[in-house]
Design a protein around this ligand. Structure first.
Ligand SMILES: [Zn+2]
Length: 322
């Protein structure tokens, strides 16, 4: 299938072809995903890369193909991490309606709407230079993670502001997971940062090009931040930034630690990333319900990294979490 490699605002990356290990029906669709209003058929050689006659798919059809494939990659990634088939919160006995993905015009939203079993990814801006939320892998990863969370840890979508902030962190982390799980993007991050991961890159920047209409390359959020914990924040994103900033520092610490044994930075980032993703999924799944606060989550991290040499307590203290 043909997809945007991260999004339309990374001109050096463009599009690429990915192979999925699941059966894909026309739409594209499968039991978990339906792209609203599209019935794109497989093209040449049964793949969704070009039409049967060798001509390219239309822009709209490519959007549907990209949106389907990227959503599926997020689902497959989390399915592997939790070693379980992903199901939606409305499913019973292993079946139910697919998640409907609406690619709509003239609004700015990217959101998961549980009651409608759907994700909306809107196009916005002037007609001659529309911004397409559906082309942004980070936004798809974030919204798909909300849908996954709704089945696995629903309290993180619906608790108090701080608990919701932890849920928002999980969804932004899904975007970082997507980069870490693809070696070509790990290589891109290493090239961008010259191996210094404290430099902003494809890895740390979330939603590049979608942050500010005045600035074409502005991101929505950056995992490299100095946000510290305050108990009275009113926005879930204040809490999510604290958590993401701290977890990103753990990723760098793992990467630096592994440098002694793995000389190749790309391979090291990929391997460190695997360990980091498993740590995050494990610690999230062991948080107390219904309301989790960031200190609870910090305790899970301390326990998980108990036998390693990372000073997790120091990283937490720096953020005012302990
Ligand atoms: Zn969100």
């Amino acid at each position: 299938m043909i997809i945007w490699n991260q999004g339309e605002f990374y001109p050096g990356l463009g599009k690429k072809i990915v192979e999925l290990n699941n059966v894909v029906d026309p739409g594209p669709s499968d039991s978990l995903i339906k792209i609203d209003g599209f019935t794109v058929s497989p093209g040449k050689d049964g793949h969704f890369v070009e039409q049967t006659d060798g001509n390219p798919y239309s822009e709209d059809e490519l959007d549907a193909i990209h949106t389907y494939a990227t959503t599926r990659m997020v689902i497959n990634l989390f399915g592997n991490l939790i070693e379980k088939q992903i199901q939606w919160s409305w499913w019973k006995d292993g079946e139910g309606d697919p998640l409907l993905i609406k690619i709509r015009s003239n609004d700015i939203h990217a959101r998961y709407i549980k009651d409608q079993k759907c994700i909306e990814l809107d196009n916005y801006g002037p007609q001659d230079s529309l911004i397409h939320n559906c082309r942004c892998v980070d936004l798809i990863a974030h919204e798909t993670a909300h849908a996954i969370l709704d089945r696995l840890m629903p309290h993180l979508n619906a608790g108090n502001v701080e608990t919701k902030g932890i849920g928002e962190a999980f969804c932004d982390l899904a975007a970082i997971f997507m980069v870490l799980s693809q070696k070509d993007l790990c290589a891109y991050a290493i090239e961008e940062t010259k191996g210094d991961l404290m430099q902003s890159s494809i890895l740390s920047l979330y939603g590049v090009g979608h942050g500010d209409e005045q600035n074409q390359f502005k991101e929505i959020r950056n995992a490299i931040n100095n946000t510290t914990y305050k108990s009275d924040s009113w926005s879930p994103y204040d809490y999510s930034q604290v958590l993401i900033g701290m977890l990103y520092e753990i990723l760098i610490a793992l990467f630096e630690e592994n440098r002694a044994s793995t000389k190749n930075d790309v391979e090291n980032l990929y391997q460190s990333g695997q360990h980091w993703m498993q740590a995050i999924v494990h610690t999230f799944r062991h948080c107390p319900v219904p309301n989790t606060d960031i200190a609870d989550y910090g305790q899970q991290l301390i326990q998980f990294f108990d036998k390693g040499s990372l000073d997790i307590k120091n990283l937490l203290a720096k953020r005012n979490i302990l």
